[in-house]
Design a protein around this ligand. Sequence first.
Ligand SMILES: [Fe+2]
Length: 193
Amino acid sequence: MSSLPMTRDEAWELVRQYNSDPTDLNHYLESEAVMRGLANYLGEDEEYWGMLGLLHDIDWGLTKDDVSSHLTKAPELLQKAGFDQKFIDIVLSHGYGCDCAGLENEVRTEKIQHALAAAETITGLIFAYALMRGGITGMNPKGLKKKFKDKSFAAKVNRDFIRESEKLGLELGEFFAIAIAAIEEIKDQVGLK
Ligand SMILES: [Fe+2]
């Protein structure tokens, strides 16, 4: 068990101190849910994985006008809130391969890093698909896989990041099923039917 300096509800307060856009907040809740679902499935620490999902974009509200500065403020905010360097490094790892905070050439190597990158990225594809089909209820992994393969659908969603779920020993369809179930469970909180 890794230690966390605050409760889940305190972390949610922290997120909301720096973020107010409802769409962004929904994304954090969905990322949390998928991380918890993954942890549960893999026998990992649900609290810890969920906390990473919830807080991974903590500085987005402060940096989104200049995307290349995303994750430059997160270390300080998280450190001030009591999180250790290990937690902060995992948060930063979801920016590896992206043009932000000088992380473009870094490479994820740990299971928990792959989990965070895949989890936070699949939320975008599921949300777009849910909007298209009028909700998430009854969404199945096969349908989502079709959208995954259709590169023109939600084109900004990075398919390679989603594929990192395979580094967790999961088949894509298995990962999709976990992610859909996790988001379906919180659909009322994120404005989905
Ligand atoms: Fe994110």
